[in-house]
Design a protein around this ligand. Sequence first.
Ligand code: ADP
Ligand code: MG
Length: 237
Amino acid sequence: SSLLDAYRCQHEITVTGEDIPAPYTTFESTEFPSEILREVHHAGFSAPTPIQAQSWPIALSGRDIVAIAKTGSGKTLGYLLPGFIHIKHLRNNSRMGPTVLVLSPTRELATQIQEEAVKFGRSSRISSACLYGGAPKGPQLRDMDRGVDVVVATPGRLNDILEMKRVSLRQVTYLVLDEADRMLDMGFEPQIRKIVNEIPPRRQTLMFTATWPKEVRKIAADLLVNPVQVNIGNIDT
Ligand code: ADP
Ligand code: MG
């Protein structure tokens, strides 16, 4: 409708792809369960950020997505909240392995994502764990033994733990590549491909990035199926 076009225009949202769902301009229009809505109100958020408004309906529809938006635009909840709904629908026994996997370039960023997952997932009974290098493996291995719904990991440490056969990615059906541009800049592409080979192809893949250079386009073309692309602000290449 023209109202939605006006919303997209005002917030500089550009979308490409087939059958793109309308943005959720308010939290009330998201149809998120009440426990999640309570958390966002509790956090003091008044409205979805533009990347959330447009990414949520796409992610909830099960589509692959490329989301390009600058740092600080709220990308984390852009993929985490639909991930929680995904988990709720599957009701997988998390002891068999995580359903949602988020790859992140650094320990610091992975930790921040995990904190967001704990804060916003607690009332939905979502369990999560974080895997990163430069720290003892013991507690991380115990988290894998316990079983969690969401794993947030840096590629190097996740591969170490995969080689030890202490986690299985066979149950992962929602894969997020966060800060994809940075992960490629840091040389993680072979590690990412190794990890993706452990995940069954029948999955939803979400790529979040601040920039959209050739290398990122290439890996998106390899790993995503018929994605919807969402840009916020200038389309920078
Ligand atoms: P990005 O990953 O795009 O850099 P983050 O997901 O880290 O951004 O979010 C940046 C900040 O915005 C965080 O402190 C987060 O809690 C906050 N935030 C997320 N969504 C909203 C919202 N809808 N309204 C207000 N603040 C939000
Ligand atoms: Mg981020």
